[in-house]
Each structure stands twice: as C-alpha cells, then as structure tokens.
Design a protein around this ligand. Structure first.
Ligand SMILES: *Cc1c(COP(=O)(O)O)cnc(C)c1O
Length: 406
C-alpha cells in the first residue's frame, strides 16, 4: 500500500510481546531507531536520568495525580466503590505529558535539538509543543489536513507554543498519514531530530519505552488504593486508542492476578458497522507503522478508515503489548459506542463535577455497565485519561445544541 513504509523490511527479535511488536522498518530508519534503543537501555537504569524525569513530572506536570473516590457515582451504580485516577489534572490536561517528558529528556541526553511528532486530535502535538517550549527545543508537528480543520484550536495552541504544524495531504489526511509523514521526516533528519511517538506503538523500543513512561499511572494508583482501601481493586478500566494510558494504568497491576484489566475501544456507531475504531473486536493481525499487531484492515490488508466521536481513539491499530494481553487473556477488551460514551460523559459531569475527555468517557461507560457485578466492599479504578474541555462543543452538537467553537 502507498502509505506502508515497511515493504521489504525485516523484523528483528527485540521488542517482542509474544508474536507481536518487533521492528519492521526500512534501512533508512534503522540507525535512528537503534540510537533510541541504545540510549533508552542506558538511561532507563540511570538514577540521575530517572531523577530528572521525576522532578519534571512533579514540578512541571503536577504529579502525583490524585486518586479520587466518586461517592455519588458509586451510589448511583450500586456495586463496587468507584475511584478515578485523575490524569485530567496533569498540565496540558491528559496523560500524554508523562510520555512526552520522558522522551524529550531522553532526546536531550542523546544530543537532539528538535522534536517531531504526529498528532490526530492535537492533544499529543500540544503536549510535545509544550515540553519543547519548556526545554528550549525546536518542534514540528505533522497532522492530517482533515484533522487540522477539525481541530483548529489545537493547531493555534501549537503555534502559540512556538511549534510549526505541517498539514499532511496524503492518504485520508488523518492520523495514520501523519505518522507516515513524521517517519519520513525523521529519515531525512536523524542527526538533530527525535521522533516523539505519542502512544505504545511503532517499532521497538517505542511500545516498551512509552509504556514505561506511562507506568507511573499504575505505580501511583496501586499505592494510593492500598492506602485508601487497604486492598487492591477488583478491576482497572481504561480507554484504548493506541493504548498508552491503558498500558500505563494496567502495568503495575499485571502481576496481581485478581485485578481484572479492562480496555475500552471506541466502537463508534457500533462494532458491527463500518463506522468503528474497535481494533481488537474487529481487527486482524498485520504489520504497519513498524510493528506487528492488530489492525482494522480489509481482506487485502489495506488499512481501513476508522471512525469514533472521539478523535483521540480513532487510530486503526493498537499497541503490540495489548495484542499480547488480549491473546493471553490477561486483559479484556470491550467495545463502547459513541452513544454510551456521551451518556457517560454527562453522567460523570453531573454526579461528580468532573467533565472527562470523551476518550475517558468510554471507560466510564463500561464501569457503568459492570459496577453492579461487584460487592460494596470491592473497588474499581477508572483511568480518567484527560479532561473534557476540548470536547464540550462537540458534545453540545451531538445533543443538537449549536455551540460556536472555532
Ligand atoms: C490521546 C488520548 C487518548 C488515546 O491514546 P492512548 O494512547 O490510547 O492512551 C485517550 N485519552 C486522552 C485524553 C487522549 O488525549
């Protein structure tokens, strides 16, 4: 396919999650990716680097994030006590900054002066532009032309932060095309540039590295719930686009066998329609964007167009570690429709005074469905991956209210 950069490339052993993952990239990218791999292996265990990451997470992003008990939602659903992991309270309004801080500090250590990133809804682009400004680095963001129109406010935010936004016209002019453009740009400027991938996807070591930077979510949440309840949660629920907030929320609970890990995919208008982004429910094994994983694709292996009300969840693939957790049965993946997510968006706003990102509302929607399966002495954690200010106008439109937003 025109957009597939992997033709002729060979998988290498590192970075496998079962049969998934790997590093399916053209020769022109190999040196750049290997430099990241070596750098990450080295700095991962370097206490000075880890201290620098922690300091910036605490003093710039605002960590640790709260674990908030949700009494009115709990009462309404009747079942497990509901706790919310508040990634919405981070600087720039989502979990994305955890990964951006880690990779940007690594890039600096590797002598890079420029960050490039892909973005769909603009959230990852904004987080990258923010950290680039703070660290005095140059920043170029690749964004599908269609997305630049739908997310004009975020395009301007990135400009304010000093980044240059490059609209991408190839393919469907959306997120997957922006990833291709960013990879192509990286092959042209590997010496001074780091490609800051925004989710647990792409060639090794990105899925593992992004997961490690996001695992702070479950590291904190595990200690916080033990402190609050004296016991582990019965379930951890998170939405899944590429899968970074979910991997971060799951990771430190994986050895705790009694903790159900549940990923919520965007089903759009329904997993049985063509207007969906439910990769695990409807997808099949393929190789794309440097990794072997599950993708929404047609019978010829062409990546299928995906749809969700949530721009942050409409990626046609999923990170390879999720594909493995699904195959092994350690995590469960469920589809959640637009309608269910919008209902949950309103429910959390009214019951708890917390307006979640529409992405996160997918996780809330599933908690609504299953909370009653648990006893009142049990608890479940919903990862609130981001705040919903960005979605207010779209939800208004969905409900037939004409709000002016651009
Ligand atoms: C980008 C985004 C997501 C989806 O990305 P993952 O890598 O699956 O976490 C979910 N929630 C919010 C708020 C986002 O900005």
């Amino acid at each position: 396919m025109e957009t597939n950069l992997n033709s002729g490339a060979k998988p290498l052993d590192p970075g496998r999650f079962g049969e998934f993952g790997g590093r399916y990239i053209p020769e022109t990218l190999m040196n750049a990716v290997l430099e990241v791999e070596e750098g990450y292996r080295y700095y991962k265990d370097d206490p000075e680097f880890q201290a620098e990451v922690t300091k910036m997470l605490n003093e710039y992003a605002g960590r640790p994030s709260l674990l908030t008990y949700a009494p009115r939602l709990t009462e309404k659903l009747g079942g497990a006590k509901i706790y919310l992991k508040r990634e919405d309270l981070n600087h720039t309004g989502s979990h994305k900054i955890n990964n951006v801080i880690g990779q940007a500090l690594l890039a600096k250590r590797l002598g890079k002066t420029r960050l490039i990133a892909e973005t769909g809804a603009g959230q990852h682009g904004v987080a990258t532009a923010t950290v680039a400004a703070y660290l005095g680095m140059d920043c170029d963001v690749y964004m599908g032309r269609e997305d630049t129109k739908r997310q004009a406010l975020n395009v301007y935010r990135m400009k304010l932060l000093g980044a240059t936004v490059h609209p991408v016209d190839s393919g469907t002019a959306t997120l997957k095309d922006a990833v291709n453009a960013a990879m192509r740009e990286w092959t042209r400027n590997v010496a001074d540039t780091h490609y800051l991938i925004g989710s647990v996807m792409g060639p090794a070591p990105f899925p593992e590295m992004v997961r490690d930077f996001q695992s702070i979510i479950s590291k904190e949440a595990r200690a916080q719930i033990l402190e609050a309840e004296g016991r582990l949660p019965s379930a951890v629920i998170a939405c899944v686009g590429g899968g970074s907030n979910a991997m971060g929320a799951f990771y430190n609970f994986i050895p705790d066998e009694g903790v159900r890990l549940i990923g919520c995919e965007a089903a759009g208008r329904g997993a049985d329609t063509f207007e969906t982004a439910a990769t695990i429910t409807t997808g099949s094994v393929g190789i794309f964007h440097g990794m072997k994983s599950l993708f929404c694709q047609d019978e010829n292996g062409q990546i299928a167009p995906v749809y969700s009300i949530s721009a942050g969840l409409d990626y046609p693939g999923i990170g390879p570690e999720h594909a493995m957790l699904n195959a092994s049965g350690r995590a469960e993946y469920v589809p959640v429709t637009d309608d269910e997510a919008v209902d949950a968006f309103e429910l959390l706003s009214r019951t708890e005074g917390i307006i979640p990102a529409i992405e996160s509302a997918h996780a809330v929607a599933h908690a609504v469905k299953i909370a009653g399966e648990f006893g009142p002495d049990e608890n479940i954690i919903i990862n609130i991956s981001g705040r919903g200010d960005k979605d207010v106008a779209a939800i208004g439109r969905y409900r037939g209210e004409d709000l002016y937003d651009e």
